[in-house]
Design a protein around this ligand. Structure first.
Ligand SMILES: Cc1ncc(COP(=O)(O)O)c(C=O)c1O
Length: 357
């Protein structure tokens, strides 16, 4: 048997959201992966099908059309944008480029489950700073946890899986106090679902601080999770490092075409996002009326803090054909789906087991 090196052995396996429920033959609502319930728009499917005809060629690694559109949209230089096969791949590139053995990569916890995997995979040390009791980033504690070995800090806003966004002013103060030698990655995978005007705006902070990289994805708001397309906006010296470790040809021409078509269809996509945001409010209000401890979310999911009732509530949801994402002993993240899925969640939780007071 071939031995894994020590830093790989310690990596926890990434658990994708479940997609089936044993013993249930009604409709299954898969609300475990923060996917968009809407399928791609016809115009996006058409653009992808045109791109299929040239699949005997490698993709254009420069992604020129998509780069140019995004550069215009965010008023940034084209060299300040780099793509990857999903923003998780871009996050991995940033870590690989700027942290290695003996370096620390810090992030709040609980947060996106891929972070510890990516950090360990790069041979670096994860430093997890607990969220506040309101399940928000504890930025003063994160500042206090910086050491000479800190190389990268991730700020997930809105935070997966708990939902709150970091405030713009508090993040700005934080960045003012972080040494410029540390890369701060603002992961805005759920940024399109943000409605709080005081929430952090990564692009403005990118303009102000040279050590900021902003991560965006086409997976969530644009509904292209299966296609794998994400990107980072960062200064050229950061992009230079990122490009060195990037997987060549990771972003297909099909993904690039879908990205371009999605940006052209932004109004239609915004309508869908607005529906999901309205559904999020409906779910949060109904669950609060039922007496659940709901953390107000700025993303396309809801977090229920359940402590030791987590597994029982998850099993109860499964028994009604609903697959959410339980974090045993902590709580459950339920993705906001279409109205039928959300109705099913509200109905199922009405008679679910409750956490002990
Ligand atoms: C916070 C956060 N960042 C990044 C990602 C990765 O998204 P993708 O690789 O699909 O772009 C996710 C996906 O769940 C996420 O929750």
């Amino acid at each position: 048997m071939i031995e894994q090196p020590r830093h790989i052995k310690s990596i926890p396996a990434y658990k994708p959201g479940k997609s089936s429920v044993d013993g249930w033959d009604g409709p299954v609502h898969k609300l475990s992966s923060n996917e968009n319930p809407y399928s791609p728009l016809p115009s996006v499917i058409e653009a992808m099908s045109h791109a299929v005809a040239t699949m005997h060629r490698y993709p254009n690694m420069a992604a020129p059309e998509l780069t140019s559109l995004l550069a215009q949209r965010y008023a940034v230089d084209e060299h300040e944008i780099a793509f990857g096969g999903g923003s998780v791949e871009v996050a991995a590139q940033l870590i690989r480029a700027f942290a290695g053995a003996g370096d620390e990569v810090m992030y709040a916890w609980r947060s996106f489950e891929a972070y510890p995997i990516l950090v360990r995979g790069a041979g670096a040390e994860p430093v997890q700073v607990p969220l506040t009791p309101k399940l928000r980033h504890d930025l003063p504690a994160m500042l206090a946890a910086i050491t000479p070995r800190t190389r990268v800090i991730f700020i997930c806003t809105p935070n997966n899986p708990t939902g709150p966004a970091v405030g713009h002013d508090e993040l700005r103060d934080f960045l003012t106090n972080v040494p410029e030698r540390i890369l701060v990655v603002i992961d805005e995978a759920y940024g399109h679902f943000q409605t709080d005007p005081s929430a952090a705006r990564g692009i403005d902070l990118f303009r102000e601080f040279v050590n900021v990289a902003v991560l965006h994805t086409f997976s969530k708001a644009y509904g292209l999770a299966g296609l794998r397309l994400g990107y980072a906006i960062a200064r050229e010296h950061i992009q230079e490092g990122l490009r060195k470790v990037a997987m060549p040809f990771a972003v297909t021409d099909i993904a690039q075409a879908a990205g371009v078509a999605s940006l052209a269809a932004e109004d239609e996509l915004m309508e869908r996002i607005n529906v999901l945001v309205a559904e999020r409010s409906r779910v949060e209000i109904d669950l609060a009326i039922q007496g659940w401890n709901v953390t107000p979310s700025q993303a396309n999911f809801t977090w229920l803090e359940l402590g030791d009732a987590t597994d029982a509530v998850s099993a109860h949801l499964n028994s009604r054909g609903i697959i959410a994402r339980p974090f045993s002993g902590e709580g459950i993240r339920v993705t906001i789906g279409d109205a039928a899925a959300n109705d099913a969640v509200i109905a199922a939780l009405a008679d679910a087991p409750r956490p002990s007071a």
